[in-house]
Design a protein around this ligand. Structure first.
Ligand code: SF4
Length: 189
């Protein structure tokens, strides 16, 4: 996808008050464009790199200024990693406002680090991400008991800790939360 530094291609308007795309009340930025084409993807309409609409990044920043009662911003799609320049700009801005940043991508963390060797923007984007939910959705590994992710191969990565130590650091508290959800769902069985 052509990298436009002034615009971002979005699949939909920003969606506030989501409770399923990370912890707390979150605003979701639905990016348009994805080449992973996972079998069972819930948003195949976001695959086309010509779909959705081009929105000035400035407009998105204005929307972020207006947010109230949100714990964070979640980049989803589509795959935000196909628009790293625009997403990095928005993530950096939102982070400075105290919002926590989650990003869903079909790439693995390791692939992104590899990609950053030829274009440092991927690393710059990672530096502004709190949690990366990484990897393709694999239908055969779908697990409805998982929190904030669809298939078992996907990981909730604490990006800042991972960058600091050089070793993948997963969010253990969410594994704990998953156990609680599982227990609750099976309490009356
Ligand atoms: S990475 Fe996400 S948006 Fe892209 S095809 Fe896979 S599930 Fe769908």
């Amino acid at each position: 996808m052509e990298q436009n530094k002034e615009y971002i291609r979005l699949a939909a308007d920003l969606q506030s008050d989501s409770i399923v795309d990370g912890p707390g009340l979150r605003t979701v930025i639905w990016t348009q464009g994805c080449n992973h084409h996972c079998k069972g993807c819930q948003n195949p309409q976001t695959w086309s790199f010509k779909g959705g609409g081009l929105v000035p990044i400035k407009e998105v920043l204005k929307e972020i200024d207006k947010l109230e009662y949100q714990s964070g911003v979640t980049f989803s799609g589509g795959d935000p990693m196909y628009q790293p320049y625009a997403c990095e700009k928005i993530a950096k801005y939102a982070k400075k406002k105290g919002l926590n940043i989650w990003v869903y991508t079909g790439f693995t963390y390791e692939e992104l680090i590899d990609m950053s060797k030829s274009d440092s923007i991927y690393l710059e984007f990672l530096k502004n991400i709190d949690v990366l939910v990484d990897g393709k959705f694999i239908l055969e590994e779908r697990d409805l008991s998982l929190l904030f992710r669809g298939s078992r191969n996907q990981r909730l990565i604490d990006v800042q800790k991972t960058l600091e130590t050089g070793e993948i650091s997963l969010l253990n508290e969410y594994e704990y939360m998953e156990e609680k959800v599982f227990e609750r769902e099976h309490m009356y069985v």
